[in-house]
Design a protein around this ligand. Structure first.
Ligand code: ASP
Length: 326
């Protein structure tokens, strides 16, 4: 069985840089050599190294191109795909890949919280678990997955919720959809899949989407002129989707020019639609033209909106896609 391994860098691939901290520079040969037991599981790993970078430097375009390459690899016979990268942006890249992945074969993202120079690096265990998931029949048809700490997370739920812990990845609204137990892949629940989106990677260059977090006593001064420079905006509001009253008309003006999606800054749960009525509440913002992001985290909503805009979706199509995916 053949699995393609794309290495993009990140902590899992980091090594010392002469006393100036670690930098991403290891490729697939070094990563796989560090994994006890990998050679014994009978998988042929086809390594595709790309320039190792911190995940802060990944782009929508690069991930879309990776998905296209992975699609070709699967068409040519690969049973699954593993991607190693930095964990910082993994929840966004994994969700973007999930939106674009039109195959049953697993597309598995993993990384590490402890770099290889530290005691107890988690990269080797995460890579082994990711390869096991990529080869598993049980993981087929689940889209893009994040596999870390022996947990399997669906792209639409996963988030990095801790800066340093090896158990940094959680799915606050749903929990992990499976586990790797004594090397066996156990999938416990199967979220429904939606049809993949089709985007020319160059389209992302024409679709800038900002993310604005509402904070205490916020008057929205930062938003002046935003609609001239951005094609979309995601607002991370308080709680169930609220902003200060003074900010509501500012957002309403922006929403008359570009799509604005309302999400919650809390890290779990959904924005509401019709419970509160004050100026700046979710219902008031809906009347001003903001679109309801539901359970989408601010980061995921931004990935979705930018992908839809890059695909050329109009207002009605954006509303329909949000309704289906939030
Ligand atoms: N800063 C690193 C990165 O995202 C962190 C990690 O890989 O865990 O590239």
């Amino acid at each position: 069985m053949r699995i393609v391994l794309y290495t993009l860098g990140g902590t899992i691939a980091m090594a010392g840089a002469g006393g100036r901290g670690v930098v991403a520079r290891l490729g697939g040969a070094e990563l796989t050599a560090a994994v006890p037991g990998l050679a014994e599981i009978g998988v042929q790993l086809a390594v595709q190294d790309t320039e190792p970078v911190p995940s802060a430097d990944l782009t929508f375009r690069r991930i879309a191109e990776l998905v296209a390459a992975a699609d070709t690899a699967v068409r040519e016979g690969a049973a699954g795909v593993v991607v190693t990268q930095g964990t910082d942006t993994l929840e966004e890249t994994c969700y973007l890949a999930d939106l674009l992945w039109d195959r049953d074969e697993p597309l598995v993202f993993t990384g590490a919280m402890r770099n290889p120079t530290l005691a107890g690096p988690d990269g080797p265990a995460n890579l082994l678990a990711a390869v096991r998931v990529a080869t598993s029949d049980a993981a087929r048809g689940l889209g893009a997955l994040a596999v870390l700490d022996d947990e399997i997370h669906a792209a639409r739920f996963v988030r990095k919720a801790h800066a340093t812990a090896t158990g940094a990845f959680t799915s606050p609204d749903a929990g992990p959809i499976g586990h790797v137990i004594e090397g066996a892949v156990r999938v416990l629940t199967r979220p429904a899949r939606l049809p993949a989106l089709t985007v020319d990677p160059a389209g992302f260059d024409r679709a800038r989407v900002g993310l604005y977090t509402a904070t205490l006593d916020d008057d929205g001064g930062l938003l002046a002129g935003l609609a001239d420079r951005y094609q979309g905006l995601v607002v991370a509001g308080y709680g169930v989707g609220h902003v200060p009253g003074a900010l509501a008309p500012v957002l309403g003006t922006v929403a008359r020019s570009i799509p604005v999606v309302l999400t919650s800054r809390t890290g779990g749960g959904s924005v509401l639609a019709h419970t509160y009525g004050a100026v700046g509440s979710e219902a008031d913002l809906a009347r001003r033209g903001l679109l309801n992001g539901g359970l989408l985290s601010p980061y995921r909503a931004r990935v979705l909106l930018r992908t839809l805009l890059a695909a050329g979706a109009d207002g009605a199509a954006i509303e329909a896609q949000l309704a289906a995916r939030r």
